[in-house]
Design a protein. Structure first.
Length: 86
């Protein structure tokens, strides 16, 4: 696989704050969850993270889920990246 979900975070209720604000908050949340999954902080890991925030249409429908994924820039992986420590 090319990406692995390592966290799903429910963002707080409220008016849609805009994609930039969600992306900034999402990056902070996904970075905070990264070390607990991979075993190293994002800053020192060779792995990459990406996030999939709820778009405005989805937000307005009540879905506040932010999905955090990890991938290996070297290519596809087999198995999990949990505790990869790299």
């Amino acid at each position: 696989h090319t990406e692995e979900v390592y966290a799903v975070v429910n963002l707080p209720e409220g008016d849609f704050p805009g994609m930039d604000a969600i992306a900034q908050q999402g990056e902070e949340l996904c970075t905070a969850e990264f070390e607990g999954f991979v075993g190293l902080s994002y800053e020192v890991s060779v792995l990459e993270l990406a996030l999939y925030p709820p778009e405005e249409e989805i937000w307005l429908a009540g879905d506040r889920l932010l999905v955090c994924v990890v991938s290996d820039p070297a290519g596809e992986t087999t198995g999990t990246l949990a505790d990869a420590n790299r």
